[in-house]
Design a protein around this ligand. Structure first.
Ligand code: ADP
Ligand code: MG
Length: 605
């Protein structure tokens, strides 16, 4: 019996649709890109249930005639290229004519559109790409797409969608990218009836302020280079800004976002030796290049772009960023004229713009008091076993509020006194410990990460993380996508001992921090935690807590390059010893190395 059959039109188009539309965010991306291709100066995006129920995109672009509106839903129907050669001269986002038929195949879609020179508009509607209805309608010039009940006819795909937080986070990411690529286009975004973004047509630097906050943009330095091959302009963070967490990294080529790991390395290399290896500069870099020098003809959902002559552009990029960093290193950061801009401009609207948080604080708490139970509690409540004198922990943190106070006498409990005393510190990085069969070198930073991580985790898991109220709550702004992640992590922040208030519209107020965490850079620490969970904020509790605790431990652990007194070394060694896995950090880095006597004697020959 013959077994091969041609797939029905419906099945074939659903399969093809899967290539372009794999989640609500891809619909938003395709529709907004079409609007911009159509010359829109204003785009409004309305989303319900993270795009499951409704995605509506309205623009004031050139609109479509009735014939075009019908044709637009046929596969390979496009106004943007006609011949293969045009492929090498693309100035638009779209070109394959695949998006609309793909979206139509997996949703209930309607389109209202009118060109400026026509009196009446046209409405096209269909369900699952079938039964196209076309009627005249009254509408503004421009185009509105309404995509309802995405994947209603592909239950398997619908089931695979993640939670609303995650899906909406993806939508935010796409909107952020287009918004940065096209600051001249005004963009509004609504979710569940709430306005989340209201971006006027503005300069690039003001768009960055709107999306990433004043703080990020204040640390930015301008990059500008023009050669016969390529023009590169935009901004990179200064050294100070590159040490902050929550880095924002964007490349755009000819007005579209791209990923380019190779060029990313050029930027990193420009910073080499100036920042720590773990630091990440922020950058917003725009490449303008003749369209025939790049190939965007890759998979529609891919953001990689191939350039004709990558090594040459790599060098130009490296040199341009180096020059900027060198030139501005000593100088004050550029003045963005943002003094009169509100800190949270992108979120200014909305009815429930937050009130300042209630300040709750412990009236007995005195950060300058070291003796008595209050002073001690700073570290003992950090989970230190009570039998140890814990005041000396304060010394391990040069920057906590207690740094100015007189250092208390150090008395070790019996157990730590029994531990072998460190021999000294090497290169302000390794603690040298004698062992029965040789010499152990302990990486101080990694050792402290292990100690802190274990403590944070055990407190969170046993729901006993002590929190310290802040006298002066600190408020900061999250980027829209970070804010999405934050809302799903909020409970875990509490479990770890943070008291954070969601002020709405991307603003967060820190009202309390885990006891012992006082004095750290909260904004950076919290942004770092969010960033590291961004990929999988809805994973199981344990794994999210681990990621967060590790990030916290990293940002608060004793750094390399800090001098430690012998007591501090002794304390840290004892703490490390008490850990279940004292040899590896939670992410598998080696904490200590042993030089055995045997090896030594071999060396001596
Ligand atoms: P592509 O963008 O690759 O050309 P699409 O399927 O996304 O393919 O769109 C098909 C065609 O529909 C476009 O080439 C364009 O002519 C038209 N079109 C789509 N969206 C709009 C819009 N918002 N305004 C005007 N025309 C549009
Ligand atoms: Mg398109």
């Amino acid at each position: 019996m013959d077994r091969i059959q041609l797939l029905s039109e419906t099945v074939a188009s659903q399969i093809a649709a899967g290539e372009v539309v794999n989640r609500p965010a891809s619909v938003v991306k395709e529709l907004v890109e079409n609007s911009i291709d159509a010359g829109a100066t204003s785009v409004q995006i309305v989303v319900t249930d993270a795009g499951r129920t409704l995605i509506q995109v309205t623009d004031n672009g050139q609109g479509m005639s009735e014939a075009d509106a019908r044709l637009a839903f046929q596969r390979h129907a496009t106004s943007k290229i006609r011949e293969t050669d045009d492929l090498y001269n693309l100035t638009t986002f779209g070109f394959r004519g695949e998006a609309l038929p793909s979206i139509a195949a997996v949703s209930e879609l309607s389109l209202n559109t009118r060109t400026a020179d026509s009196e009446t508009g046209v409405q096209v509607s269909m369900s699952g790409g079938q039964d196209m209805q076309v009627e005249p309608c009254v509408c503004d010039s421009g185009t509105t797409f309404r995509v309802r009940n995405l994947f209603f006819n592909v239950p398997a795909r619908r089931k695979f969608l993640k939670g609303n937080q995650t899906e909406f986070g993806h939508i935010m990411t796409e909107v952020e990218r287009v918004a940065l690529a096209h600051p001249e286009v005004s963009i509004e975004l609504f979710h569940q009836g709430q306005q989340l973004l209201s971006l006027p047509s503005q300069s690039l630097r003001n768009r960055i302020v709107s999306l990433c906050g004043k703080k990020t943009s204040q640390s930015l330095l301008p990059v500008e280079v023009e050669t016969s091959v390529v023009r590169i302009n935009g901004f990179v963070s200064n050294l100070e800004g590159s040490r902050q967490r929550g880095s924002q990294q964007f490349f755009f080529v000819n007005g579209r976002f791209m990923r380019h790991p190779y060029f990313h390395k050029a930027v990193l290399q420009a910073f080499e030796g100036l920042i720590r290896e773990s630091d990440q500069p922020s950058y917003f870099l725009f490449f303008d290049i003749a369209p025939d020098q790049i190939d965007v003809n890759v998979h529609p959902t891919k953001t990689e772009v191939k350039f004709q002559d990558e090594p040459v552009i790599w060098k130009i990029l490296l040199a341009a960023v180096r020059e900027t960093v060198g030139k501005f290193e000593e100088m004050p950061t550029i003045d963005f004229n943002v003094a009169d801009m509100p800190e949270i401009p992108a979120f200014e609207t909305g009815s429930n713009s937050g009130n300042m948080p209630k300040v709750e604080y412990d009236p007995n708490y005195n950060p300058f008091k070291t003796s008595g139970s209050n002073g001690n509690s700073q570290y003992s409540s950090y989970g230190q076993p009570a039998k140890r004198n814990t005041d000396d922990w304060t010394k391990l943190y040069g920057d906590v509020q207690t740094r100015d106070v007189r250092e208390p006498e150090i008395e070790y409990g019996n157990d730590s006194a029994a531990a072998p005393a460190p021999l000294g510190q090497l290169a302000e990085r390794y603690i040298l410990m004698p062992t029965t069969n040789g010499l152990k070198l302990v990486d101080q930073h990694r050792a402290h990460i292990r100690v802190l991580f274990d403590r944070f985790i055990s407190q969170a898991v046993s729901q006993s993380a002590p929190s310290q109220g802040l006298l002066f709550p600190e408020m900061f702004q999250l980027s829209p996508s970070a804010y999405q992640t934050f809302t799903s992590l909020k409970q875990h922040f509490e479990e770890l001992g943070f008291d954070l208030s969601d002020m709405g519209h991307g603003a967060v107020a820190v009202q309390g921090v885990p006891a012992g965490f006082e004095g750290h850079d909260y904004e950076n620490a919290i942004k770092g935690m969010i960033e590291e969970c961004a990929e999988d904020a809805s994973a199981n509790r344990e794994s999210v807590l681990r990621t967060m605790a590790l990030s916290m431990a990293r940002s608060s652990a004793i750094p390399s390059g800090r001098h430690l007194s012998s007591d501090e070394m002794k304390q840290l060694a004892a703490e490390l010893d008490a850990c279940d896995i004292p040899t590896k950090t939670p992410d598998g880095q080696t904490i200590s190395v042993v030089l055995t006597l045997e090896e030594l004697s071999k060396r001596f020959g």
